[in-house]
Design a protein around this ligand. Structure first.
Ligand code: BEZ
Length: 211
């Protein structure tokens, strides 16, 4: 069964490169990113895991725990991590699930048989502290993910979880945001005292409230 935005992210236990983990225990009260890789010792995946490791500070600042997955065994992961650290000049310290029996890949519908019968596509799920799925992005094996975009969406998700705002196209942290339409225009000044613009009755903007 496929997973959709708003669904509870299924819990699981898995063997990983840092030992056995229970997904919910690993997440605790943090946000989470669960993302799959088609296979170990492959070039695009090597750059993606290196990039993820080099963004550790960014994920930590946002209170996000990352968890990678590949359907290869743990011994393979451990050797591959050495290569990733060497070639990407980084230190992979987040777990990589060794999903040899594809339990988690199937649970999260990461295998798309018309792309490959055996390997996962590049699935990525952002999970909130309430364990609900907030974002799903799927890339083909041949295209490495844009991790700046992943951080950007996390910024938007965390902002919109706290304030009655939405973020416009190409929004980046620090830029003006949209006041949601459930807030009446006359109520905006009390809720957003930094000011606002009414471009159309349905399009009202305000400076980012937490900056
Ligand atoms: C890669 O990570 O480079 C890759 C993996 C599977 C298929 C194509 C590319």
């Amino acid at each position: 069964m496929s997973i959709r935005i708003g669904d509870i992210a299924p819990d699981f236990k898995a063997i990983t490169s840092i030992g056995e983990i229970d997904f919910y225990e690993y997440l605790g009260d943090s946000w989470g990113v669960l993302f799959s890789h088609p296979a170990d010792y492959t070039p695009v995946c090597t750059t993606e895991l290196g990039r993820t490791a080099s963004l550790k500070k960014e994920f930590d600042q946002r209170n996000v725990k990352v968890l990678a997955l590949s359907v290869d065994p743990v011994e393979s992961h451990l050797g591959w991590i050495k290569d990733i650290n060497e070639t990407q000049n980084t230190e992979v310290d987040f777990p990589i699930i060794a999903d040899s029996d594809k339990t988690v890949a199937n649970l999260y519908d990461m295998i798309h048989p018309n792309a490959s019968e055996t390997l996962t596509v590049r699935s990525l799920f952002v999970i909130g502290p309430d364990k609900k799925v907030k974002l799903i992005i799927t890339y083909p094996a041949s295209t490495g993910r844009n991790f700046n975009e992943i951080l950007r969406v996390i910024d938007s998700l965390q902002l919109t979880a706290k304030y009655s705002v939405a973020t416009p196209a190409d929004w980046k942290d620090g830029e003006d945001v949209i006041v949601v339409n459930s807030i009446k225009t006359e109520d905006i000044p009390a809720k957003f005292p930094k000011g606002h613009k009414v471009i159309k009755p349905y399009l009202r903007t305000t400076p980012q409230p937490n900056k």
